[in-house]
Design a protein around this ligand. Structure first.
Ligand SMILES: Nc1ncnc2c1ncn2[C@@H]1O[C@H](COP(=O)(O)OP(=O)(O)OP(=O)(O)O)[C@@H](O)[C@H]1O
Ligand SMILES: [Mg+2]
Length: 411
């Protein structure tokens, strides 16, 4: 019988902590998902820990939920971190090829990527990913993987994603204190994209917009590589706050109004339609105009898409991505959001449902699970490589070298 192994992911969001557990064997190409866990994220704000104990409790509860469903213990996880502290920059590296025959080796690729990291990154920022966008060998541009080619001078254009060290460290600490090891830390925006994009979409040019709680991440791909990542500090939480202020209700009631009656198409709502809040809350019991609620929600979602448009304009891709916009995150579940995004961004738009996994857990056929599934896909590919090529080497050592390999080449 084929030997099976467990792969798990942990998406630490500002509103929810999601765990996904998959099982792999030597023959499997995609993970078979056997467990999912979710817990409210009470100890974080905008991606940063504000209460250690609450965060540990939330993580533990999410992990236990998934372990119960999977019937397997979780010992280590691929960890996703997001939030406004995530930043990115582009950087170039150049080296002289070392070998006598001038054949480019993996070591040369490692060296040139290291050279690209020799930019001034403040000491309080941790490099989470360095992604090679394109290599140039002598004068030949646009090379995706130069190993085996002949040349004297090797150049690389990279995209580097960093996180604020204290924030990343505190999240890592909370995860460790919840009793699991961290296999690797991956920016949440890259993980979401991993779960919902095809190779062809990445080649053509596409943007993944993940509408979360505290923020909205924008990740642009072109020619198969990450072109741009950024986080807009406006998300579902702002929509809820607007409804609470506009309708004079508590945040909890506003959240319920938003989920139950929300939409971004005021034209579809009759002026006289009301929402009876006593059906949603014991504290807020007045009637509110549904049209006003929808207008408030529409205004904030419009702002989010205008900010996304500004991000695309910064890199000269406003209205210019042939594979369009893919929406993920729970905020993408708002009624009418596809039409609003299409009109504002002047691009084709669709919701990103996670792909490339097996299993019958219905719950995850949901754009809110894009990050957690993407982390798992990342992890399962890493595990496959580990089992395929490095069976006899020390696991920890293999981890380090493969981690480096992965960090550099994916996606
Ligand atoms: N059905 C729904 N329709 C619209 N919005 C929703 C729906 N369900 C949840 N939301 C909103 O989505 C937001 C949470 O999104 P998500 O769960 O993707 O965030 P998160 O991953 O926890 O946070 P972040 O990615 O910002 O760290 C909340 O503001 C919530 O109100
Ligand atoms: Mg999220």
């Amino acid at each position: 019988m084929a030997k099976t192994r467990i792969v798990a992911s942990l998406d630490i969001g500002s509103s929810k902590i999601r765990t996904v557990v998959g099982i792999m064997d030597d023959a499997s190409t995609v993970p078979n998902i056997i467990g999912v866990g979710i817990a409210p994220s009470t100890g974080l704000r905008k991606g940063a820990v504000i209460d250690v104990e609450e965060t540990i409790n939330s993580i533990s509860s999410s992990l236990e939920d998934a372990e119960r469903m999977a019937g397997e213990p979780i010992n280590h996880v691929f960890l996703g971190v997001g939030g406004n502290h995530i930043d990115s920059l582009n950087s170039r590296g150049v080296i002289a090829v070392a070998h006598a025959e001038n054949e480019i080796s993996e070591e040369d690729v490692d060296r040139v990527l290291e050279a690209a990291q020799a930019v001034t990154i403040p000491s309080n920022r941790r490099i989470l990913r360095i992604i090679p966008k394109t290599f140039t060998v002598d004068e030949q541009k646009g090379i995706k993987y130069p190993v085996g080619m002949t040349g004297i001078r090797l150049e690389v254009e990279t995209h580097i994603i960093t996180g604020f060290e204290p924030v990343v460290k505190n999240i890592e600490k909370c995860v460790l204190q919840s009793g699991v090891d961290v296999d690797d830390i991956i920016p949440a925006c890259l993980a979401s994209a991993e779960a919902v994009l095809s190779k062809r979409q990445k080649e053509l040019g596409v943007v993944v917009v993940d509408i979360g709680c505290g923020g909205t991440s924008v990740t642009v791909f072109e020619d198969g590589a990450t072109l741009h990542t950024s986080v807009i500090p406006v998300g579902g939480e702002n929509v809820t706050n607007d409804v609470a202020i506009g309708m004079r209700t508590s945040i909890d009631t506003a959240e319920k109004i938003k989920i139950e009656y929300g939409s971004v198409i005021p034209e579809d709502v009759n002026d006289r339609e009301t929402i009876d809040l006593s059906l949603l809350s014991k504290i807020d019991t007045h009637l509110v105009s549904k049209k006003q609620v929808v207008e408030i929600i529409q205004a904030r979602y419009s702002e989010i898409f205008v900010l996304v448009k500004d991000e695309l304009a910064k890199i000269h891709r406003d209205g210019m991505l042939p594979a369009g916009v893919i929406l993920t995150g729970a905020g993408a579940k708002m009624a009418g959001v596809i039409d609003l995004a299409r009109e504002t961004l002047n691009l084709p738009c669709q919701i990103g449902f996670p792909q490339n996994y097996d299993g019958v857990v219905d719950k995850i056929d949901d754009p809110a699970y894009a990050t957690a599934i993407g982390l798992l896909l990342w992890g399962s590919r890493f595990e496959s490589r580990h089992h395929a090529g490095l069976k006899n080497i020390n696991f920890k050592k293999g981890m380090t070298s493969l981690k480096k390999w992965f960090k550099n080449l994916v996606p």
